[in-house]
Design a protein around this ligand. Structure first.
Ligand code: AMP
Ligand code: AMP
Length: 228
């Protein structure tokens, strides 16, 4: 009788510890997409098209980043699980289209994807292996379809200036969730739409309202949407 009781207590304690460990992993993901026109015209270092050709005039994926509710984030969590392109060979053509590298010198994407997996992806191993990490992220890009959401609201990458509020409203209308907009500057110093942050729950299964927004400089209330 007593040993049964002790066994149960032990079980409960172990379960509690397991829950604690899992919940310390990370709290949510940022899913970050990027407007290539704003990466390329920002002057500083310019950009280089991938060896596989100029990407389409569409948002590209930057990454899926585990984050904590206090705004900090884990990184480079597992040196024993390096990027292995052979694990995602079925996804490569989709990756080239939707997760294009723009860094110089030109590359196929492997360096960028490897950086994203090793810095961020390895911190979500409790939820994703390499294949499901990339597959899920590609699925989110399709699901959110930012370009269509903006187009529906009459917002196009035509080099004109739009209100930050209208851009946020259009993305909220299209995706169901409030985005955070990150701006950078074109070579003349105009604030422009650079990256769009949405959030995913820590089981990797659904979009959520972001628990916290990234800290950063302000966009200004009117921002450019440059041509790519
Ligand atoms: P992260 O380290 O994931 O927070 O992302 C920042 C790094 O990604 C910086 O080194 C950026 O220069 C790089 N980066 C951002 N966008 C791209 C892109 N489209 N292609 C290649 N590198 C990128
Ligand atoms: P502020 O201009 O900081 O007074 O912000 C006015 C409102 O817009 C607040 O609800 C902010 O959270 C929101 N906001 C400001 N900048 C951004 C941004 N870059 N992306 C998304 N929301 C923003």
């Amino acid at each position: 009788m007593e040993s049964k009781f002790l066994f149960l207590i032990n079980l409960l304690v172990l379960q509690y510890l397991a829950v604690l460990c899992v919940s310390q992993d990370f709290d949510f993901f940022y899913f970050v997409q990027q407007w290539p026109g704003s990466y390329c015209d920002s002057g500083k270092s310019s950009c280089c098209y991938p060896t596989t050709g100029k990407p389409a005039a569409d948002f590209g994926i930057h990454g899926l980043w585990p984050n904590y509710n206090d705004g900090s984030y884990p990184q480079n969590c597992d040196p024993n699980n390096p990027f292995d392109e052979s694990k995602i060979s079925d996804l490569i053509s989709n990756m080239r289209r939707n997760w294009p590298t723009l860094a110089c010198p030109s590359g196929s994407g492997e360096t960028f994807w490897s950086h994203e997996w090793e810095k961020h992806g390895t911190c979500s191993e409790s939820v994703f292996d390499q294949h499901s990490y990339f597959e899920t992220t590609l699925g989110l890009k399709q699901q959110t379809n930012l370009l269509q959401a903006l187009k529906t609201a009459g917002i196009k990458a035509d080099g004109r200036t739009y209100s930050l509020g209208d851009i946020k409203d259009a993305i909220k209308e299209g995706t169901g969730y409030t985005p955070w907009i990150e701006c950078n500057q074109d070579s003349s110093g105009n604030s422009q739409l650079y990256q769009v942050y949405l959030c995913l729950d820590n089981s990797g299964s659904s979009l959520i309202e972001c628990p916290v927004f990234p800290k950063g400089k302000k966009c200004g209330s009117e921002i450019e949407f440059p041509v790519f």
